[in-house]
Design a protein around this ligand. Sequence first.
Ligand code: CUO
Length: 685
Amino acid sequence: MSAATADNLLLLFDRPNEPIFTPKGNEKKIIQVPEEYLRGRYKELNSADAVEYRFASGSSERIPVKPIPNPGLALPESLKKDAKFSLFIPLHEQMATQVIDFLLGMKNMEDFWAAAVYFRANLNPQLFNYALSVAMLHSPETQDSDLYPLHSLFPEKFFDGEVLYRAREEVEITRPEADERITIDIDRNFSGSDLDIEHRLAYFREDIGVNLHHWHWHLVYPTSPRDIADKDRRGELFFYMHQQILARYNMERFCNNLSRVKRLTNFRDPIREAYFPKLTATQSSKNWVGRGSNAVMQDISRPEENLFFDIQHLERWRDRLFDAIDLGYVINTKGEKVQLTEKNGIDILGNMVEASDLSINKPYYGNLHNMLHMAIANIHDPDFRHLEFASVMGDSATAMRDPVFYRLHMAIDDIFQTYKSTLPGYPVQELYFRNVRVNKLSVQVEGKDENQLFTFWKKSAVNLSNGLDFIERGAIYTNFIHLQHQPFTYNIEVSNQGSERKGTVRIFIAPKYDERGETLLYKDQRKFFVELDRFTVDLSKGTQMIKRKSEHSSVTIPFERTYRDLGKKRPGFGERLERFNFCGCGWPHNMLIAKGTETGYPCQLFVMVSNFADDEVEDDSSSDECKDAMSYCGVRNKKYPDARAMGFPFDRNAREDVTTLEEFMTPNMKVTDVKIFHLGNKIDS
Ligand code: CUO
């Protein structure tokens, strides 16, 4: 039987910091690494004797590798094993691209496997994880195989360092078969105290599922290589997914008595927000550094990462982007004008701002978003004199923990919103759905009064063992506390006086008042609307009641899929980890609605039924998988399944003469006041 199976490829993710020749997986399989794949001491340790010794300690199976010639050619310059890999660093991205291209260029699966083993043996573990994940997600032969969730492989990116230390101790001093192991509790307040007002939002910023979603989104929508980056409306989705994160975060801030996020408009201002992540790298002395209050961005000159740019570059790129918006066109690399049209302008800008390989002119418009991440991520060591690596802001798996992430993204969103404000407001006929009227809208939690939602704290457990290198195997669980809500149902009464048709139901929620308690005007409120769900319905003639459950949201994925083998503690040890794939992208369901307040946070729930004939997207590809979080993640191998602008109908300012949401409404829309109650400090376990 061929060794090039998806299961064997998955073994290459296991215990990422251990050498390739140690037993892999819970079945302790041995990969027979070709001698020429290894260097120095590892070559000796891979000798026949040494392998036999490891077999004696309970290994079950040998997996052969038929070597391929010169896989090292894909690595002209490699990243040190203990360096922090960052997708935001162009050099690292190029290295990953070379590896991805090499893997995807293999003529068969046998060679893909052999090349992957070589890279596993020789690459920086984080670079390897990223490159193999992208290659597997985009190769027809492997895209259906599931990947390990990142938190199980690199727990140091998700969990307090102290917890990992205690987990290691627990594994070493207990016997798994004797059921002696305790579950380690994570202190909810591990990263800061209430002296820092920003700490009130730690439950959102440090939520494991929120960070996994963000990492997964960037894995599914890489900026490079070009043919993989080239997905339908990816630039627009970059704008929309991050805009929605900001809308959610701002609503969460209002619930916690904080004002909206301030844009980071002046790159030379001291950054008031400090952040100390308390994450400790397990594989090296390179920890995740913190940032004190009032740090100031400096010009970056880090030879190790070939990263050189000045704050002035950031300013110039930003100004050029705003110029392009004011002029209505961008200049491509041939010096030609490319109009920013109503249909594709936001997509062009999204790819330029990030910037992906689809950028129309990278030399001129630069790499604003990624370099802003790096300027902040290296604020503590801009010229690498202290040999320190990037902070959490340099990694898509950790960046959302830092309060400054949201300030950076408000500045990025400002570019997109400035562009959107150049577009005419939707005329009534574009919003209208002839003969269709929404009569009533409500939400219902079972056994509670109408239009009241409830959130609470819940305790769940996660198994850390696959990411704890160099210690005995066996499950070790840690408890974490996260937000959760009581499930609810939308009740939407629709009347259709026309013929039988299809409609798209679009459900959003927004704060009713701003941070000063004033009723929000449409021009502000539209940016605070959080998408909750979007789905198609058949509209028969007459009046009908549409009932839709919260757990079917097109924005979220189920708790179990986000967290894989988190959730309940399963009996026994040594069980195989659950896996996931593209479908791992999606907002975590437990974070669907904001926390609310104990007295009930006032919101407006909005529904619109639009004409499906205007929303439909022609796509004859057969794939229909992983569509349950399509709003923020798209659908695998398909076009984005909604022809309207992302965020429709709130993506633009309103037509003239509209100042309030009520004035904006057409008969196929409805708004209802809803309150979100937070059920205090009781923790549900
Ligand atoms: Cu997702 Cu700034 O893009 O992190």
